[in-house]
Design a protein around this ligand. Sequence first.
Ligand SMILES: [Zn+2]
Length: 124
Amino acid sequence: MQYNSESLEKLVDQFARFPGIGRKGATRMAYQVLNMTDQEARDLAQAVLDAKTKLHRCRICQDYTENDLCRICASNRRDKSTICVVETPGISRRWSGPMSTGAPTMCFMGSSAPWTASAQTSSV
Ligand SMILES: [Zn+2]
C-alpha cells in the first residue's frame, strides 16, 4: 500500500516489524500515533529508547532488568533450589504469580531445545 507521506510509510514499516502485526494493523497503529498529542508521542518514543538503553539481561535468568538481577532472582522469598525453564522472557512473568512454584526462571531465549542451539544461547 502506498501512503501519501514518506514519514507515514516509515512508521507503518516499523510497526509492521512486530510479530503478528501485518500492514493493516501497523497502519492502525501509525494512525493512532498521529492522533496522539506531541507529548504522548514523545513519551512513546522515549519509552522505546529507555527500554533499549536501560534494559539488559538478568545475570541469572536472562530475563530483562535494569539491575544486575531481576526482581524474581533478587528476591529472598523465592525458592532458589529449583529453577523454572522457559523459552522466552515474557513467559516467566506469567508464571511468577501466586500459582507459581516461586522458583527463579531460566530463559533460553527462543529455543525450546537449547541443547541443540548452543550457538544461540552461548552468545547471551
Ligand atoms: Zn532473573
